[in-house]
Design a binder for this molecule. Structure first.
Ligand code: C5P
Length: 221
């Protein structure tokens, strides 16, 4: 069986950074499932599709022409051959992604693509429903959280480091709206899998979280 480590949780809990460090440390592949929902939203925008139409968006998800190219500086994400690594990180694309992610047609359209990432020697899967729906048999499942205020603070810092201006109140409101949508949707809501270990990163450093995660991985794999 291919060892899959699932790390789920709300936006800004530190999953992205932890998953990248963990995959590098273990020599595993990495699935950034949020990027696939962002790509679906962006592809819809670029095609002038109606983002409120679940059937249209489901078809776009199923037929995404996407490539993840590992480079020295990170991962380049290509949509129909065009580098959209920066474009998919815009706040608006994140909001649109959370809208289309609520459609069952989009979630099922992306399922096969996500499962193809599971390859030897192993996979670290980052998302909301990795442990509950996409890889329910994964031997290691972690649910990483942090308070909404702490997540907003981290996001503001991240944006400021990129030279962008960020308003704390707006970012916090966006995070709370996205959390609500992700937790309350019918299809694959954001909930910890019954066998996931919950880890609160509010007062932990990145190194502290990584150490805890590595301990769990060593115990279970
Ligand atoms: O993690 P990221 O912020 O890039 O994800 C963008 C949006 O995609 C999330 O707000 C969430 O609504 C959706 N998503 C999801 N299931 C996943 C990953 C992301 O619904 N496995």
């Amino acid at each position: 069986m291919i060892p899959v480590i699932t790390i789920d949780g709300p936006s800004g809990a530190g999953k992205g950074t932890i998953c990248q460090l963990l995959a590098k440390k273990l020599g595993y592949s990495l699935l950034d499932s949020g990027a696939l929902y962002r790509l679906t939203a962006l592809a819809g925008q670029l095609k002038g599709a109606d983002l409120a139409d679940p059937d249209v968006m489901g078809k776009i998800a199923e037929n995404l022409a996407v490539e993840f190219n590992v480079t020295d500086t990170g991962v380049a994400i290509l949509l129909e051959g065009k580098d959209v690594s920066q474009a998919i990180r815009q706040e608006q694309v994140g909001m649109d992604a959370s809208q289309v992610a609520a459609y069952p047609q989009v979630r099922s359209g992306l399922l096969a693509c996500q499962r193809q990432f599971a390859k030897l020697p192993g996979l670290v899967a980052d998302g909301r429903d990795m442990g509950t729906t996409v890889f329910p048999d994964a031997p290691v499942k972690i649910f990483l959280t942090a308070s909404a205020e702490e997540r907003a603070k981290r996001r503001v810092l991240q944006l400021e480091e990129k030279g962008e201006t960020a308003d704390m109140a707006t970012i916090l409101a966006d995070i709370e709206l996205r959390d609500k949508r992700d937790r309350e949707r019918k299809e694959s809501p954001l909930v910890p899998a019954a066998d996931a270990l919950e880890l609160d990163s509010t007062s932990l450093s990145i190194e502290g979280v990584l150490e805890e995660v590595l301990n769990v991985v060593q115990q279970k794999l």
